[in-house]
Design a protein around this ligand. Structure first.
Ligand code: PGA
Length: 275
């Protein structure tokens, strides 16, 4: 299975900061790893700009010589996505962005069910299910986020909360989508933006539970092939240990994905999976 390093830029970055990010990435000339993909979700308004910088990097040739060979580098191979999409197909929904428009703008994926959407914007499991259906019917890949709060973990409810999140939004979705279109991200809410990461053992325990739950409760025949990313205060310092866990297939990274120098370190950490 591939390893996925996904940057969730949230409501951050200006065009100047994005330009700096790509300047750094392209100056590093990092060759893409055979089995790892880099994904970034900027704010909607920056999707085209990010795509244009990726395209310009991919057409800049391999090196200073005059040969025309193109080398696949990190800065030219990043896949762009959105942080959210509408639950409806189209219509009078001021401010919403349809999955169709996201796909039409060349996006590869959309993040659905992030805990900030669940808690701040009160998105419930049924709405999230509709968003997943919209994304899938527009051929977008989905990073579907799940995770418990600190209070839920302390009450001993972490596993049942995560199982309910999976059941309420994904039950009934065909197995063939899992591993191809649907990726999961386990993001314990208490670890997001707090500097407090789940230990690799805690994360592995939950990831293996999620995989088992997909197979046994949701009857997903492709549970073994479904990438499960970990998210929550992932940094260049702690990512390798997390990726060494057998059921962690990548990372969804917020704060530490904003700087080019850190993003390239996060990406290169995927070597522990393939090396
Ligand atoms: P963080 O955010 O890496 O800043 O903790 C992760 C996320 O919310 O996806």
């Amino acid at each position: 299975m591939k390893t996925f390093i996904a940057g969730n830029w949230k409501m951050n970055q200006t065009r100047t900061e994005i330009k700096n990010f790509f300047n750094i990435l392209s100056s590093e000339k990092i060759a893409t790893l055979p089995n790892a993909e880099a994904w970034i979700a900027p704010q909607f308004i920056h999707i085209d700009y990010v795509k244009s910088l990726i395209t310009s990097n991919s057409s800049s040739g391999c090196c200073a010589c005059s040969c025309s060979a193109k080398e696949e580098t990190l800065s030219s191979s990043i896949k762009v996505g959105a942080q959210n999409c509408s639950s409806k197909e189209k219509g009078a929904l001021t401010g919403d962005v349809s999955a169709k428009a996201i796909a039409d703008s060349g996006c590869h994926f959309v993040i659905i069910g992030h805990s900030e959407r669940r808690s701040i914007f009160k998105e419930d499991p049924i709405l999230l299910k509709e968003k997943v259906q919209q994304a899938l019917s527009n051929k977008l890949k989905v990073i579907f986020c799940i995770g418990e709060t600190l209070a839920e973990r302390e009450r001993g409810d972490a596993f049942s909360v995560v199982a309910a999140q999976l059941r309420e939004s994904l039950q009934g979705t065909e197995s063939s989508y899992f591993g191809q279109e649907i990726l999961l991200a386990y993001e314990p809410v208490w670890a997001i933006g707090t500097g407090k990461t789940a230990t690799p053992a805690e994360a592995q325990e939950m990831h293996s539970f999620i995989r088992r739950n997909l197979a046994e409760e949701l009857k997903i025949s492709t549970a073994k092939e479904t990438p499960i990313l970990y998210g929550g205060s992932v940094t260049p310092q702690n990512i390798e240990e997390l990726l060494r866990q057998p059921d962690i297939n990548g990372a969804l990274v917020g704060g530490a994905s904003l700087k080019g120098v850190d993003f390239s370190k996060l990406y290169l950490a995927a070597k522990v999976k393939i090396g």
